[in-house]
Design a protein around this ligand. Structure first.
Ligand SMILES: *Cc1c(COP(=O)(O)O)cnc(C)c1O
Length: 494
């Protein structure tokens, strides 16, 4: 491919794509003559390997592109004629690079365990195995093996969800945003949906509660003020046509100071006195009491159900630690109504995720082993001692690889759960803090850039003149070492 600068340096040749370029117009012997033919390149070892790996069509195109590049360089007076093996190697490298997946595994060393931009929860091995099995085979997705009749996809998880939450019934959709949308559309289409002004939240990107409510066809009936909403605000807002009262767990921020909100239990009483359903959008929601693992208590789904919410919605890939999904649990008649909504079909989950969800939920039957089997909880409960020992093992490797221009030191750091759960509660952990010896931010940001370009990219966070690699989510040390050691000798980083 010739760059614009090259095209300007010389008028375009009538036959730029020919493997052997014609001699120059001036008639002088041209190095272009010595470029190998496409066929010669394809016969090279790297050429044969490229054809085997990427097919003849792509390889021929890549060889032509490599020849074009070389031709342009020669015209610009750079370099000499290339051997066929060299062109073949260039083409192979180009094809291999293009074949690398775009969605790459990375090391999440940001210190945010459930990082939305890094795919949130890492699956449990049992979920990986279940998803893989479901991918490889036909499954009894909507087929009742006992009766040989048609079944429902929710049948595979309904009992498990009810057992773990105390709810009467349950259904699953694509994510929690879909759960909220579907519930609102089912219960409040063309009707007022009452919500506190203190709970009209935005959850990253385009999920803004008022907009979702409008798009769901509900009429937004705001009550109270940003900092204080009282029982009477709800009572006075209820009309005969009210579709629902929505309680939103304001997971990603907290109003402090002169504040008042109506507790879910009181809100349920107010709603039920008027025959209006109460929907509690828990957001992260958790099926296990986190305080049992030494973490700060986050409202559990079981609590929300017990407090009288008629429907509770929550995410599959936040604290629950499974795949992206939205759970709708609660009253049987309301879940049935949700399932009759034609939009349900557009929002349902596929067999792969359903298999992963079922396997993840099963782990909750044994809360004692959850910290071993569920990566999210395993990361959240890692001890500083454990991370310190790891820092002791990895620090020297990293220091050697980065060379004399950087210092590497274990340091206490504070990680967070992420995805809006308990945003103000941080967890004490240990990271490796990398600093440029000359104190320059430029060297550090170039290093961060190099780490992002590794075969398995390493994503840390830059924090007060240091690049911190929070070790909380690092389990595969061998893979980490293999990835960083590819930087070895690259000391021009600084
Ligand atoms: C995260 C969150 C959502 C959206 O859930 P997704 O699973 O990301 O679609 C909705 N409501 C609340 C309160 C949340 O925290």
């Amino acid at each position: 491919m010739s760059s614009p600068a090259v095209s300007r340096a010389e008028p375009p040749s009538p036959d730029l794509s020919s493997p052997v370029a014609p001699g120059s117009a001036a008639g002088a012997p041209s190095p272009l003559r010595h470029l190998p033919s496409v066929d010669a390149v394809l016969k090279e070892e790297a050429g044969l390997a490229a054809v085997a790996r990427h097919g003849r069509q792509s390889t021929t195109a890549a060889v032509r592109a490599a020849l074009d590049e070389r031709r342009a360089a020669l015209r610009a007076g750079a370099g000499g004629p290339a051997a066929p093996g060299e062109i073949a190697a260039a083409a192979l490298a180009r094809l291999d690079a293009a074949a690398a997946p775009s969605l790459k595994p990375v090391f999440n060393l940001t210190g945010t365990v459930l990082h939305t931009n890094l795919g949130r929860a890492v699956f449990a091995e049992a979920a990986v195995a279940a998803a893989t099995r479901a991918m490889r085979s036909a499954v009894a997705l909507e087929y009742d093996l006992d009766g040989g009749r048609r079944g429902e996809r929710d049948d595979h998880v309904r009992d498990l969800i009810c057992e773990l939450t105390g709810a009467e019934d349950a259904t699953l959709v694509n994510n929690n945003a879909a759960a909220v949308l579907l519930v609102l559309n089912t219960l409040a289409l063309g009707k007022p949906a009452i919500v506190s002004r203190g709970e009209l939240i935005e959850i990253g990107g385009a999920f803004r509660m008022p907009e979702i409510m409008r798009r769901a066809g509900a009429e937004l009936a705001e009550v109270g003020t940003t900092n204080r909403t009282h029982p009477r605000d709800y009572r006075e807002a209820i009309r005969p046509e009210t579709g629902l009262i929505l309680k939103v767990h304001t997971s990603n921020y907290r109003v402090e100071g002169f504040t008042a909100e109506v507790a879910p239990r009181d809100l349920a009483e107010i709603a039920h006195a008027q025959g209006v359903p109460l929907v509690n959008d828990l957001g992260s929601g958790t099926l296990a009491d986190l305080s049992r693992y030494g973490l700060v208590h986050e409202p559990t789904v079981r609590e929300a159900v017990a407090e009288g919410a008629d429907l509770v919605t929550f995410s599959g890939d936040k604290l629950l630690g499974g795949p992206q999904a939205g759970f709708i649990v609660g009253r049987r008649d309301l879940v049935a109504k949700v399932n009759r909504n034609p939009m349900k079909r557009a929002l349902r989950v596929d067999k792969v995720r359903l298999a992963a969800i079922e396997a993840t939920l099963r782990l909750y039957r044994d809360p004692d082993s959850l910290t071993r089997h569920l990566p999210t909880l395993r990361f959240l409960t890692r001890t500083s001692a454990d991370m310190s020992a790891q820092a002791g093992r990895l620090g020297p490797v990293l220091a050697r690889v980065l060379g004399p221009d950087f210092t590497v030191a274990p340091e206490p750091c504070r990680s967070q759960i992420g995805s809006g759960a308990l945003p103000l509660e941080t967890l004490e952990g240990v990271g490796l803090a990398i600093r440029a010896r000359d104190g320059s931010g430029g060297a550090l940001s170039r290093l961060a850039d190099s780490l992002r370009r590794l075969p398995v990219p390493i994503i840390g966070r830059i924090d007060a003149q240091a690049l911190v690699l929070d070790l909380r989510c690092l389990e595969d040390e061998a893979a980490f070492i293999a990835s960083v050691t590819t930087l070895e000798g690259a000391h021009e980083l600084a």
